[in-house]
Design a protein around this ligand. Structure first.
Ligand code: FES
Ligand SMILES: [Fe+2]
Length: 386
């Protein structure tokens, strides 16, 4: 990925020449892949065998902080234990399977609300009420069940539930969040949309002028983007018009904060977006072919060296969130809702992604590559079993 000075020069050359980044090939995605249950099931099985961005590290600020949610349909709890290590477990009591944590919070111990079994944050089963009723129970063998692995990279917690089919997003991850960014809001939403439609809507600027004529377009350009790939991930840059003021700025230590929107697609379900005055981390949890739950986290921009977070910085970040929520995001939501409603129309067997939409082709191509790997591994297992 280009650094900010390189990015600036590349954008200025597009502005001067009336050009944009072009991909090398078209991509045709079968419409069936947005609605088929078999495809959804395969994507879900794949999700359990790849590192999936679960939450920002900033969502676990203290010893004992936890976040519990479903990932690929499996209840998972991620916790910062009392030694500071981030761990992830299947969120199910070893007695009769009650979930031990809900939402987010901070705790010293996970105490099951059903019969009171209690687990330390490193997963060990600590206490069983009236333990003499379980004479054969070996507490050391009945701790919380960890996931296959947890990785902390780019300021995100990645959870791999089962033996991975490959490194996925961690093949090569771009720089994302820094330690000084403050989490100031988190929320959930649910849409009657296939997750891929929403992801696609963030990955090209070809639509900016027609879809957002009075909201985003006045601040930006018509179809002017820088599209970069890193591993299966992609980054799309949307410059603001005010970037032209930087034409003669010294390139040393130059930052494009407030001059560009950067959309990072972290393969396959996460979006980490550097916006004008804040960062947005959105994590998708596909629930069915036509339903997706989203976990949203809003963080401040990185602070300039040595600077402290001020009320003014926070107010600007919140104003930025409100602007997007009230304007362009609504326009994007209408587009994906309308496409979803027309999916069964029979008009298209494939959706066509052209040279301006190469980041979308990249997502689909890598998804297809990993689904193929999964299919080969599953076929091997069937062969061994038979
Ligand atoms: S299910 Fe947790 S203590 Fe019984
Ligand atoms: Fe849009």
């Amino acid at each position: 990925m280009r650094n900010d000075p390189e990015l600036l020069d590349h954008i200025l050359s597009h502005i001067d020449n009336g050009t944009t980044d072009l991909g090398e090939e078209d991509w045709y995605e079968p419409v069936e892949n947005y609605s088929s249950q078999a495809r959804f099931d395969a994507e879900r099985r794949l999700m359990r065998r790849l590192p999936i961005a679960f939450c920002p590290v900033a969502a676990l600020p203290e010893l004992g902080s936890y976040v519990a949610r479903n990932s690929a349909g499996v209840p998972i709890v991620v916790v910062r234990d009392l030694e500071g290590n981030i761990r992830a477990f299947r969120n199910a009591c070893r007695h009769r399977g009650m979930q031990l944590a809900e939402g987010s919070g901070c705790t010293k111990i996970f105490r099951c609300t059903y019969h009171g079994w209690a687990y330390r944050l490193d997963g060990r089963l600590e206490y069983v009420p009236h333990e003499h009723g379980f004479p054969d129970l070996d507490k050391d063998e009945n701790g919380l069940v960890p996931v296959h692995s947890v990785d902390i990279q780019g300021g995100l917690v990645f959870v791999t539930q089962d033996e991975p089919v490959g490194p996925g997003a961690l093949e090569s991850l771009p720089a994302l969040l820094t330690d000084d960014q403050v989490l100031f809001d988190s929320s959930e939403s649910e849409d009657d949309i296939n997750w891929k439609l929403t992801a696609e809507g963030t990955l090209e600027g070809y639509h900016i002028k027609p879809t957002h004529p009075e909201t985003f377009f006045p601040y930006g350009y018509d179809n002017l983007n820088v599209v970069e790939m890193q591993g299966p991930n992609a980054r799309v840059c949307y410059p603001f018009r005010r970037i032209e003021k930087l034409r003669d700025a010294p390139r040393k230590n130059l930052s494009l904060d407030r001059m560009v929107t950067l959309v990072n697609r972290i393969f396959p379900f996460a979006s980490v977006n550097r916006l004008s005055q804040h960062y947005d981390v959105t994590l998708a949890e596909p629930e069915s072919p036509t339903k997706t739950r989203y976990f949203h986290y809003k963080l401040t921009l990185p602070l300039p060296d040595g600077a402290a977070l001020t009320d003014e910085i926070l107010a600007r970040a919140k104003k930025d969130v409100a602007f997007l929520t009230e304007t362009g995001n609504k326009e994007d939501a209408k587009v994906v809702t309308d496409i979803q409603a027309a999916i069964g129309s029979g008009a298209n067997t494939h959706y066509r992604f052209g040279r301006f939409e190469s980041a979308i082709g990249h997502l689909h191509k890598n998804l297809a590559r990993y689904l193929k790997k999964l299919d080969e591994l599953e076929t091997d297992v069937i062969k061994i079993v038979n």
